[in-house]
Design a protein around this ligand. Structure first.
Ligand code: HEC
Ligand code: HEC
Ligand code: HEC
Ligand code: HEC
Ligand code: HEC
Ligand code: HEC
Ligand code: HEC
Ligand code: HEC
Length: 444
């Protein structure tokens, strides 16, 4: 009897202490939610998890969903996603550029614009130019004007689509490059999978897949919800667009960009939410040590829409933290205009906690006293290293999250967090970090 009580007491004590330590390390309420998410079974990247009721379904457009999901529709409708493509004929006010200053050699006039692409950082203009089907009949198509409006600097600048990875697969003239192959999959609803522009902009079915069967019978016709399984697979609905890629056929070492002349496709054509994205998408390759137009030599993205290319390198991605942990998929909040600040990180992180930061206070971790101009988590872990165009300011925050050292700025020309605030030499900054004991072998 006595012999058994002692070990039970010891075990009980250890369990209570361990639970206590866990509670102290994590805010309990968020930890439970977080635990279920990160321990979900990984179902691997090749499994198709689209509900069978969607196999023969068609895209119906968000107005149909709105009839039963008015609240979500309202939130989503006011986000930037549906505004990606706007109908310039229906509402000319969506054109944010100053057309009075449009250069004389522009390939388009204001009244020729059918759709606008973007608005926040830059705006490009879609002009109707049909292509021919195999049987000779006309197919609705578009090309892009040769000038873009830079919203950040408020000037017109030349836009040359061929400068992208597919430069050897399309002519230099924008008027010869149909948007069907290079843009529409990521900007219209339904185009990636069905090659039809069901609706302009990013809407319900871009993330939930074709909805006709569900709309006809919500109980029997199930519809894909990304977060119901494997958190890494959940992110695929976002990565279909928020990750730079090249034509999937280039995976075959015998195929070159030139072989795809007049047919190269940007975007994961054929993909629908729930299908294994890796079957449709080939991530834009990066060569370690070499900088090119998209990547710095340390693998960090230089351009916009590289959140996915960046994030898959992060420990957070590997451990099942998703885009949805930081961005509401319907409001698409937590942006520069509508930030959530440092608290969003502290939902999971805590000073002195096992997942870091491994110091017991903000000052010990960041080496800065608190103050209105002092750095917060995002300043140091998501510095602005990318540009929307070659003539834009650095406004794109990285999603690699790991700290980018001043030494990497010296080696690869990438901006770093410290020098964004301190007008000092890169050597000064790296030296300060050395003095703080940031060890050399942690520098990439
Ligand atoms: C006729 C009304 C109706 C229409 C139209 C409709 N839904 Fe639903 N939806 C429902 C109902 C009811 C549920 C809850 C079903 C349940 O609990 O089994 C639901 C649930 C959902 C869910 C959650 C599913 C889950 O497994 O948790 C999603 C996502 C969804 N709908 C998206 C859409 C989208 C996208 C559209 C437009 C293509 C749409 N719905 C159109 C009635 C509708
Ligand atoms: C950018 C991708 C995206 C778009 C666009 C989108 N959803 Fe969702 N939706 C999601 C994700 C991801 C979830 C799961 C959210 C979670 O688990 O926190 C979700 C959840 C839902 C749910 C079930 C859970 C809930 O919040 O009630 C419904 C219903 C739904 N969406 C309907 C819609 C409708 C209707 C639209 C269009 C008006 C829409 N969604 C547009 C990604 C999207
Ligand atoms: C079909 C392509 C597509 C999908 C799917 C998609 N996005 Fe987007 N996303 C875009 C485009 C295009 C924009 C730019 C919108 C604009 O500027 O009008 C954007 C903008 C955003 C923004 C910035 C919003 C703002 O107010 O500036 C966030 C955040 C975002 N997306 C997150 C997500 C997340 C998270 C998911 C997955 C749940 C997702 N997106 C899925 C194409 C997509
Ligand atoms: C693989 C998907 C994908 C392809 C292909 C793609 N885009 Fe985008 N685009 C996005 C996403 C995602 C964003 C928003 C996220 C970001 O900018 O970081 C975006 C942003 C933009 C913006 C800025 C939006 C704003 O509000 O400032 C413009 C303009 C744009 N794209 C034009 C184009 C044009 C033109 C093409 C074709 C030549 C194209 N894109 C091809 C996914 C894509
Ligand atoms: C750990 C949190 C976190 C995760 C995970 C995360 N983001 Fe972000 N994201 C942010 C923060 C913070 C910002 C910048 C907000 C600001 O500027 O204040 C941001 C900015 C963005 C923007 C640009 C918004 C703008 O201002 O134009 C896009 C687009 C975006 N994220 C998409 C994604 C996508 C897609 C994923 C998944 C691959 C993702 N994010 C994962 C925290 C996160
Ligand atoms: C939903 C939970 C969650 C949120 C929210 C979150 N993190 Fe994390 N973070 C994690 C986990 C889990 C890890 C992995 C820890 C480990 O394995 O040591 C991690 C790791 C990290 C790392 C080390 C990453 C690396 O790749 O070296 C950094 C830096 C980080 N997070 C910064 C942030 C910042 C900044 C924010 C806020 C914008 C944030 N995190 C928000 C859960 C989260
Ligand atoms: C002044 C810049 C700075 C600020 C502000 C900052 N960090 Fe860090 N953080 C770093 C550096 C540098 C590292 C790399 C670790 C090292 O070398 O000591 C790091 C490492 C981390 C790690 C990896 C684990 C570890 O301790 O090494 C996490 C997690 C993290 N930071 C989260 C955060 C969060 C959350 C915030 C906001 C409360 C934050 N950081 C604010 C500079 C900063
Ligand atoms: C968001 C802006 C911001 C960022 C990012 C930032 N600092 Fe600072 N830093 C400040 C401010 C404000 C002060 C003065 C207040 C203080 O001393 O805490 C300061 C003070 C300092 C000081 C002491 C005063 C001096 O000039 O000698 C050093 C050293 C320093 N920072 C180095 C760094 C390093 C290294 C990094 C990157 C890890 C960094 N800072 C990132 C704003 C920033």
């Amino acid at each position: 009897m006595k012999n058994k009580t002692v070990p039970i007491l010891v075990i009980g004590f250890v369990v209570v202490m361990a639970l206590g330590a866990l509670v102290a390390a994590f805010p309990l309420k968020s930890a439970v939610k977080f635990y279920r998410q990160v321990t979900m079974e990984r179902i691997r990247s090749a499994v198709d998890v689209q509900p069978s009721s969607q196999t023969n379904a068609v895209y119906v457009g968000s107005k149909v969903c709105a009839s039963c999901h008015a609240d979500i529709y309202e939130v989503q409708h006011h986000s930037m996603h549906p505004k990606m493509i706007q109908d310039a004929k229906a509402d000319p006010a969506v054109m944010v550029a100053d057309f009075a200053s449009l250069p004389a050699d522009a390939s388009f006039a204001k009244d020729e614009v059918v759709y606008t692409i973007g608005s926040k950082f830059k705006q490009r203009y879609m002009l109707r130019k049909d292509t021919k089907a195999a049987d000779g009949s006309a197919v609705e198509n578009y090309v892009i004007g040769n000038y873009e409006w830079n919203t950040e600097t408020q000037v017109w600048q030349p836009y040359k689509a061929y400068k992208d990875w597919y430069h050897d697969a399309w002519p230099e003239d924008n008027a010869q490059i149909p948007t069907s192959h290079t843009c529409d999959g990521c900007h219209f609803t339904g185009f990636n999978s069905r090659y039809t522009r069901v609706e302009p902009g990013v809407n319900c079915e871009n993330c939930h897949g074709p909805g006709s069967a569900h709309a006809a019978d919500p109980k029997e016709g199930s519809i894909y919800v990304a977060t119901q399984q494997d958190p890494q697979r959940a992110m695929e609905v976002c990565l279909q667009c928020h990750m730079r890629n090249v034509d999937k056929r280039l995976e075959n070492p015998k195929v070159t960009v030139k072989d795809l002349y007049g047919d190269a496709r940007d975007g994961p054509y054929g993909y629908e939410p729930g299908m294994p994205l890796s079957k449709y998408k080939l991530q834009e390759p990066f060569k370690p040590g070499e900088s090119d137009s998209k990547f710095y030599g340390n693998g960090v993205g230089k351009k916009n829409r590289m959140q996915g290319n960046d994030y898959v390198q992060s420990t957070m991605y590997k451990h099942g933290i998703t885009c949805m942990n930081c961005h509401d998929p319907h409001a698409v909040d937590n942006t520069a205009v509508n930030p959530r600040g440092a608290q969003q990180c502290m939902v999971c992180h805590k000073f002195g906690s096992p997942i870091g930061p491994h110091q017991y206070s903000a000052v010990a971790h960041s080496r800065h006293e608190p103050g209105p101009r002092s750095p917060d988590c995002i300043d140091c872990h998501m510095p602005k290293v990318g540009q929307h165009t070659g003539k834009s300011p650095y406004t794109v925050r990285t999603h690699v999250f790991r700290f980018i050292y001043p030494q990497e700025s010296i080696d690869y020309g990438i901006p770093n967090a410290c020098n964004a605030c301190h007008d000092k030499s890169l050597e000064w900054t790296q030296q300060k970090m050395d003095e703080w004991g940031m060890t050399t072998w942690e520098r990439h």
